[in-house]
Design a protein around this ligand. Structure first.
Ligand SMILES: *Cc1c(COP(=O)(O)O)cnc(C)c1O
Length: 427
């Protein structure tokens, strides 16, 4: 198609026609008449996820206590089995991944396991753009060990307020650092950090390094084993569509198998030993050791169906379409919205941008309210950020086109002015 047509609806329709993943949209409950661009905060429900949730309710109904070992998906092995299915999405071996806990709980578990302050090495390195929950967890872990978080948590600063420079991070990898915890994809700007390089640099200095994959799992491919990352953790309710508050995941490099879980419980046990009820724990010999208590079976259930979609669609295909969608969105924003003071603050290069676009505007809170009024679902991040995530599995190029037209109308007619420029309770 000629360049002249690139900003017309027909062009978007043409892209949708060529889209090899288009058929997956009908697998999801996409609300008629609205455009959902918030899959990076809470992914939509798929019919397969709904079905596996019902299937596990049926096991409860039909088997009672025996659902632990019987039925289509025996509960006792569910976390392990889901870990195996999820492993390719993070580039781990099947034994290195377990579906358990939540982001924050898993971070606590992994810091409890890997943070062993000794001699001069007592500090934890993170970054000032990190998600608050991660920072709260790290500070409380330091306090539990008797350290003053204001001295022992080093937060690498950002020079532009949006992105981190890997060189700045490496410069802070000093000999008093015991542990590094960083995001794979920054939750605001969507920047991808170079995990391979950061891991190699940390290991040169004998420092353990772990990543929070909340914004990258299901959105970009990873090679955690190959990169030799020590550990990682994430939630499954964003790009992986596992359902609100659904069970999270963690990765522990197999070279660390045998390390005693910092926070142990009876589900840390080797499966065959667990019901011996011994007061000495024999931990599982793989990532399973980092579980604690009984799995939240009904909150694991939707992930069974959801992950089958990822397997079928293929992570490389999902990433390829996601890059096209976000590139198209940026092109349209630059072409249609240049006069309205909306600035694109995510990195623009393919290898540095994750699955969402990050815009800033002083009126962002009420622009988001105006978008919602027009049935476009964005994501506001205080004080002035708008995240837009066109998701490969269920969004279309036409929706991207339509969203930009509506945003343009909102800006041109100043429709946002009828709303207060304040965030909602959940934003
Ligand atoms: C979504 C998100 C969390 C949420 O943690 P929960 O324990 O699941 O509430 C934490 N960190 C990051 C970077 C996130 O994006």
């Amino acid at each position: 198609m000629s360049v002249g047509n690139a900003y017309k609806r027909e062009y978007a329709l043409g892209l949708d026609k060529q889209d090899g993943l288009a058929s997956f949209r009908q697998e999801f409950y996409v609300k008629e008449g609205s455009i959902y661009l918030d899959g990076n905060s809470l992914g939509l429900l798929s019919k397969r996820a709904e079905q596996t949730l019902f299937s596990l309710l049926d096991s409860w109904k039909n088997y009672g206590i025996d659902g632990w070992t019987q039925g289509e998906h025996p509960w006792f092995y569910l976390s392990e089995n889901l870990g195996k299915t999820l492993a390719p999405l993070v580039g781990g071996s099947p034994e290195e991944v377990i579906v358990t806990g939540s982001t924050t709980v898993n971070l606590h578990q992994l810091v409890s396991t890997f943070y062993k302050p000794e001699g001069k090495r007592t500090k934890i390195l993170a970054d000032e753009l990190n998600f608050p929950s991660d920072i709260y967890a790290l500070k409380s872990q330091l306090a539990l060990k008797g350290y003053d978080p204001s001295e022992h948590l080093i937060e690498v600063s950002s020079s532009d307020g949006h992105t981190l420079n890997e060189d700045d991070i490496i410069q802070e990898m000093k000999e008093d650092i015991a542990l590094i915890v960083l995001p794979s994809v920054l939750y605001r700007s969507g920047q991808i950090l170079d995990m391979k390089r950061l891991t190699a640099e940390a290991h040169k200095r004998n420092i353990f390094i772990g990543f929070d994959l909340c914004h990258s799992v299901g959105s970009i491919p990873h090679q955690l084993s190959e990169w030799d990352v020590d550990f990682a953790f994430w939630c499954n309710y964003k790009h992986l569509n596992g359902g609100p508050g659904g069970v999270g995941g963690l990765f522990v490099n197999q070279k660390h198998f045998g390390r005693h879980p910092g926070l142990a419980g009876w589900f840390s046990s080797r499966k065959d030993k667990q019901f011996d009820m011994d007061h000495t724990l024999t931990p599982a010999e793989d990532a399973g050791a980092f579980q604690m208590g009984t799995p939240h079976v009904l909150s694991l259930a939707p992930l069974i169906g959801s992950l089958s979609i990822f397997k079928e669609a293929g992570m490389e295909n999902i990433r390829a379409k996601s890059l096209k969608l976000t590139q198209y969105l940026m092109d349209l924003i630059e072409h249609e919205l240049s006069e309205y003071g909306l600035t694109i603050q995510n990195p623009k290069e393919d290898h540095r941008r994750g699955g969402h676009i990050y815009l800033e505007h002083p009126e962002a809170a009420r622009i988001c309210k105006a978008l919602k009024e027009e049935k476009i679902i964005p994501d506001f991040r205080t004080p002035n950020g708008i995240r837009l995530a066109p998701v490969a599995l269920y969004n279309t190029f036409e929706e991207v086109w339509e969203s930009v037209q509506i945003l343009k109308r909102i800006m041109k007619e100043e429709r946002y002015k009828q709303f207060k420029n304040e965030r909602e309770v959940v934003a």
